[in-house]
Write a protein that binds this ligand. Structure first.
Ligand SMILES: Cc1ncc(COP(=O)(O)O)c(C=O)c1O
Length: 379
């Protein structure tokens, strides 16, 4: 069998396929094409998706299908509600403690493993206390904690953590926490990238703009027993019960974003073949890149420690800021985009979300090898 060389692959990849941005990220080509068509006319509707009312039976069906597809993909147990909300994952940082902490003495456990989990505790103090069970700050957020390092409080109202730290590129390989304390997880940057043991969570949330579609919609899976504990005396748009009762059409939802999310879930089911297949492909992509990075650890300085390295986001540095600048310039010349690190930490970062193909990663890996060779043997 003759395999295509990355150079010949490059010619066959579109600019959209060479998008390694941390979010909004690359979406599958077939989804982009269907979204393009729908902007002119949704099949069978005779109108643009941008001009279709959220009160039409068509849109009710779209939301219902989005829910059903997520249920199927995750094998979501009965007893979970699936919501499509607005305000991004940042709104959940406040909505969750507001709903669940009923007095200033109520306390919730938080794991602080990077930029986003640090941000997730900012709003808690308005409603109760955030007890930081573990923080990776003093070690520069290079790893997640082991089970032995966590002393979670059995009286905690919930435990909150971020499964994949998008900025630092560290990801939990094992689920932390105790099964007798509700587990709440921000899965914004790895939701639907692999199967999840949903039964062991009480609430999972993820904004769309990594693996699910465009920005504007946030998926929340909430278990009935946790929902029953959520307070109702909060502003209407921040009340989980209102969204459950309205089945995600409480006010005007982001119709286009939810429509694209449906297309992505169909793609995952019909073209990829489900989350096990997606996970395998994501592993292959991460391994393809890691082979290059790990061959020269003094040159490619990966931020995360080996046992905590993310499959979705790989953050790394080069020996000097000047080299990093050159890397980004030359990558751009090759049409490889979205490789700069988060503004809070700088450096470089590759995001390998579901929409990024293995061919695109092979192409990037070849660029890395060439870049390294050019530094080793300047012309
Ligand atoms: C893990 C994680 N949580 C939360 C957020 C914040 O999301 P949003 O911009 O939707 O509020 C981000 C943003 O990238 C993220 O990566």
């Amino acid at each position: 069998m003759v395999t295509a060389s990355p150079t010949s692959l490059r010619g066959r990849l579109s600019d959209n396929q060479l998008n390694f941005s941390a979010g909004p990220g690359a979406l599958p080509e077939s989804v982009l094409r269907q979204a393009q068509d729908a902007i002119l006319e949704v099949p069978g509707q005779g109108l643009s998706v941008l001009g279709l009312s959220h009160r039409t039976p068509w849109f009710r069906d779209v939301v219902d299908e989005a829910e059903e597809n997520i249920r199927q993909l995750l094998h979501l147990p009965a007893g979970f509600r699936v919501l499509f909300l607005q305000g991004g994952s940042s709104l959940q940082f406040g909505m969750i403690p507001q709903s669940l902490l009923r007095s200033p003495h109520d306390s919730a456990d938080y794991l602080v493993t990077g930029y986003w989990s640090r941000r997730s505790i900012e709003d808690v103090a308005h409603f109760g206390q955030a007890r930081v069970v573990w923080s990776g700050e003093s070690q520069g957020y290079r790893r997640v904690p082991s089970a032995a390092e966590l002393e979670c409080d059995p009286r905690s109202v919930y435990l909150h953590y971020v499964s994949n730290e998008t900025v630092e590129g560290v990801q939990f390989q094992q689920m932390p926490g105790r099964d007798d304390v509700p587990r709440i997880c921000d899965m914004s940057s790895d939701f639907l990238s692999a199967p999840i043991d949903c039964d062991r969570y009480s609430l999972i949330y993820a904004h769309a703009q990594k693996n699910l579609g465009p920005a504007g919609v946030t998926v929340v899976l909430i278990r009935d027993d946790l929902l029953a504990r959520c307070r109702r005396d909060v502003p209407t748009m921040l009340n989980f019960h209102n969204h459950v009762e309205a089945r995600s059409i409480y006010n005007t939802p982001p119709v286009f974003a939810i429509y694209v999310l449906v297309l992505v879930t169909r793609w995952l089911r019909d073209e990829v073949g489900g989350l096990e297949a997606m996970q395998q492909c994501n592993q292959q992509k991460a391994e393809c890149l890691s082979r290059v990075l790990d061959a020269r650890p003094g040159f490619w300085r990966v931020h995360a420690e080996p046992g905590s390295r993310s499959v979705m986001n790989i953050a790394f540095r080069l020996p000097t800021p000047e080299l990093e600048r050159r890397f980004l310039e030359q990558a751009l010349d090759e049409g490889l985009r979205g490789l700069e690190g988060h503004r809070s930490v700088g450096g470089l970062r590759v995001s390998l979300y579901n929409g990024v193909t293995l061919a695109a990663v092979e192409c990037l890996a070849e660029f890395l090898r060439d870049f390294q060779a050019r530094q080793d043997h300047p012309a």
